[in-house]
Design a protein around this ligand. Structure first.
Ligand code: PLP
Length: 390
């Protein structure tokens, strides 16, 4: 391989998205990072090798993705995993029995399930708070708190948390702040620069961007933690395949242009929904009346591609609307080129039913894609027109 000069932060974000971690292969001149399928690597003598021994431990395609996405997050260290949940689980294995995790009160349902139903089995405790209410938080957090786990914007209600303020609170407590940056992506927000200790991603979403690969990522500037995470990555082995790494790297190359269009389409969709009588409330950080708008202006480059809204008529009307769209596909997940609609209470966040993280049953979540804006708004218009009181 030639030298990897493009990981350097002096290069622009767009340049690094295309080039960081991916120097041309000197043996073939291939412009695109090869998919390195080898599971094992030759050793010149015992203990003398070129940095690769066995593919679970390190793999050239994975190394390229790790360097690229770490650079985009402004991180010294990045680790790729087989899914967002695998990344979360690997980080949370740094905790010990008796440690306490503070979750946002509308965290992703899968994160809640992992913490409340899996880690609780080994004596790790948790509680949930409104992390956007930073003023009251400092006094309320349990002293055993070792991790504050924040999303911003949150999934599914798109609340915005003040990452810098939350980092101060976490550090005063001796805890680490983890930010799930899946919704914002490093193009719109870089939590490590705002004081977070760890960034987690479901790269399944905007990083991959095409609904065709599942992956996860951890990024940090803490060398000691990175060593422990590397150990866990090897010891637990929840690593992505070389082909998955390749697909996520390919997605990252277009992340900036895709995000610009996601943001533009989402802003127009949010504005449209805000003007509809049968829509009770719209959640989009770009709307001036959004509770976290000022913080979002401060810590994000733009407001993202996700929009949530409450439908007049309750759960029945929301479910009917979700089943009536044509351009918006009724499906879980988010962050890809095609627009999706879902009912979080019955779908992505069903695991949180009956808990403090339960989602309102009249809420729908949109992942606004890259289709023509006229088609997206036209689709929502016809679906709303089919509601009983329209
Ligand atoms: N974090 C957020 C915000 C998510 O929305 C998801 C999945 O929807 C995850 C983490 C988990 O990622 P994965 O599905 O790649 O395991």
């Amino acid at each position: 391989m030639a030298d990897d000069i493009f990981a350097d932060l002096s290069w622009g974000f767009e340049t690094r998205a295309i080039r960081a971690g991916q120097p041309h292969d000197v043996s073939s001149g291939a412009v695109v990072q090869p998919i390195s399928l080898a599971t094992t690597f030759v050793q010149e003598e015992v203990g003398v090798n070129r940095g690769y021994l066995y593919s679970r431990v390190a793999n050239p395609t994975r190394a390229a993705l790790q360097d690229c996405l770490a650079s985009l997050e402004g991180a010294d260290y990045g680790l790729a995993f087989a899914s967002g949940m695998a990344a979360e689980d690997t980080f949370l294995r740094t905790l010990a029995p008796g440690d306490h995790i503070v979750l946002g009160n509308d965290a992703y349902g899968g994160t809640f399930r992992l913490v409340a139903n899996v880690l609780s089995r080994v004596g790790i405790t948790w509680s949930a708070f409104d992390l956007s209410a930073v003023d009251s938080l400092r006094e309320e957090l349990p002293p055993a708190t070792k991790v504050i786990w924040a999303e911003s914007p949150t999934n599914p209600s798109l609340a915005v948390v003040d990452i810098a303020a939350l980092a101060n609170i976490a550090h005063d407590l001796g805890a680490k702040l983890v930010v799930d940056n899946t919704f914002a992506t490093p193009y719109l927000q870089q939590p490590l620069r705002l004081g977070a200790d760890v960034v987690v991603h479901s790269t399944t979403k905007y990083c991959g961007g095409h609904s065709d690969v599942v992956g996860g990522f951890l990024a940090t500037n803490d060398g000691e933690l990175a060593q422990e995470l590397e150990f866990l990555q090897k010891a637990v082995g929840a690593v992505p395949s070389p082909f998955d790494n390749f697909l996520i790297m390919r997605g990252l190359k277009t992340l900036p242009v895709r995000m610009d269009r996601h943001c533009r389409n989402a802003a127009l969709v949010a504005e449209f929904l805000a003007g509809q009588d049968l829509v009770v409330e719209v959640f989009y950080p770009g709307l001036r009346e959004h509770r976290g708008h000022e913080i979002a202006v401060r810590q994000m480059k733009d407001f993202g591609g996700m929009v949530s809204f409450r439908v007049a008529g309750g759960a029945g009307a929301a479910m009917r609307l979700a089943a009536s769209t044509e351009v918006f596909v009724l499906a879980e997940s988010l962050g890809a080129v095609e627009s999706l609609i879902e009912h979080p209470g019955a779908m992505t966040h069903a695991a949180a039913a009956g808990s403090p993280l339960e989602v309102a049953d009249d809420l729908l979540r949109l992942s606004v894609g890259l289709e023509s804006i006229e088609d997206l708004i036209g689709d929502l218009k016809q679906a709303i027109a089919r509601l009983p009181d329209a």
